[in-house]
Design a protein around this ligand. Structure first.
Ligand SMILES: Cc1cc2nc3c(=O)[nH]c(=O)nc-3n(C[C@H](O)[C@H](O)[C@H](O)COP(=O)(O)OP(=O)(O)OC[C@H]3O[C@@H](n4cnc5c(N)ncnc54)[C@H](O)[C@@H]3O)c2cc1C
Length: 380
């Protein structure tokens, strides 16, 4: 058992990572204080209904996908019901047509003006156009080896360049590895057996998660150096480089500007359309095409355009850690330094300097909470 005289736990950041950790600690009798610099909970998965009764994800569309037997899913299902939703994305081509993404049989047929009898024929064609012998060492080479130069030039190179602000040759291979390439006609964005949206939105889900007698939440409360001294242990979902005053240099992040536009006219051909051109925008989202959005038949619909940018343009909005050999080295220096501070643990996307989807974020922080509880109980 935890001894209350040892003090409370501080969690900085009311995102999914911090709130998952907070809930598990609270259920194990820890008194938890969560502070959050923004005026809302849920971090980057925050959503709300706008004036037009559309459920908007303020920080970009968030799609939940995992296996049916995921532990994280079981945990989240305590706080929400789900609406089945299999995400679809199409890419806008230079001639105005759209085509399925990830690349599948139909995409290859559209681009090369061909028609394939079956999957095997498609696979044979793909093997002919891709650079099979290349052993990729970076994202650019991964594109070339998996789909060949023509498809890479349309779907991956310009998109990746504007998304990350660097040449794909400088990006590590795991950035390109996220998109599957298919030779069948499956137009779903993800393969996972469970794909859904929370019935009343992500914010309502997180609200229930932190609704516990042992959890206190303070919004509009930025972390200040030294706050952690008053607590038994602190979990910080803040940028690790910022905590250490950028001693080893800045860790690079990509940010995004979201532009909401009210538009009328035909629905988009999929809830998300990716741009393949050299414009500054990467994608647009029509919110009322998601099944947990209330305004399903409105004439005016909100379409959100995403424009990736540097942190200088959108200060404090750390979205995507840019993983390069150099940034990994810098992060490891901070990580080693943090090992000397036994009463703090860095958590979340910016504490771990790692892009993590929602399900992995929950999994990682369930594990972290359980390890912490075990350690404390062993101190008895
Ligand atoms: C644009 C975008 C799209 C995404 N799409 C998907 C998707 O489709 N599917 C999916 O599974 N995942 C997606 N993700 C990932 C998902 O957002 C994260 O897995 C999830 O939000 C968990 O994040 P977190 O709690 O670690 O960090 P965050 O959500 O960033 O939470 C950290 C919190 O800490 C607060 N904070 C930071 N510094 C301080 C400070 N100094 N003082 C006080 N508070 C502070 C922040 O304000 C924030 O609320 C996406 C992420 C981004 C950026």
């Amino acid at each position: 058992m935890y001894h209350f005289e040892r003090g409370k736990i501080l969690i900085v950041g009311a995102g999914l990572s911090g709130c998952t950790l907070g809930r598990i600690l609270a259920e194990n009798s820890f008194k938890v204080v969560i502070i959050e610099k923004r005026n809302h909970i849920a971090g980057n998965i925050f959503d709300n209904l706008n004036f037009n009764n559309e459920r908007i994800h303020k920080y970009g569309p968030h799609l939940l996908h995992c296996s049916n037997n995921s532990k994280a899913l079981k945990f989240l299902s305590r706080f929400t019901e789900w609406v089945k939703y299999e995400h679809k994305v199409r890419a806008l081509l230079s001639d105005g047509r759209t085509t399925p993404l990830p690349i599948n049989k139909l995409t290859i047929e559209n681009i090369f003006g061909k028609s394939f009898a079956n999957e095997q024929v498609t696979m044979k064609f793909l093997d002919k156009i891709r650079n099979k012998d290349l052993i990729p060492k970076n994202a650019d080479e991964l594109f070339e080896s998996s789909v060949g130069n023509k498809l890479a030039n349309i779907f991956f190179r310009p998109y990746t360049k504007k998304m990350w602000g660097v040449n794909p040759k400088e990006l590590s291979i795991n950035i390109g590895a996220r998109l599957p390439v298919r030779t069948n006609e499956d137009c779903r964005y993800f393969n996972d057996s469970f794909q859904a949206l929370p019935k009343y939105g992500y914010t309502a889900m997180v609200e229930k998660m932190i609704n516990h007698e042992n959890i206190e939440v303070n919004l509009n409360t930025p972390y200040k150096k030294g706050m952690e001294l008053k607590y038994f242990h602190s979990f910080l979902s803040i940028p690790i480089d910022e905590y250490y005053d950028f001693k080893f240099g800045h860790l690079p992040y990509r940010s995004v500007l979201f532009e909401d536009r009210l538009e009328c006219g035909n629905d988009l051909e999929a809830p998300v359309i990716n741009f393949t051109d050299n414009s500054p925008y990467t994608r647009k989202t029509q919110w009322n095409l998601f099944p947990n959005c209330l305004n399903v038949k409105g004439d005016l619909k909100t379409i959100t355009y995403e424009k990736p940018c540097s942190l200088d343009v959108n200060p404090g909005e750390y979205y995507y850690p840019v993983q390069t050999a150099n940034s990994k080295e810098i992060f490891n220096s901070y990580k080693n330094l943090s090992r000397n501070h036994k009463s703090i643990t860095f958590i979340g996307r910016t504490g771990l300097f790692k892009y993590i989807d929602m399900i992995p974020a929950v999994e990682i922080h369930i594990r972290l909470a359980n390890r912490f509880i075990k350690k404390i109980n062993n101190l008895k």
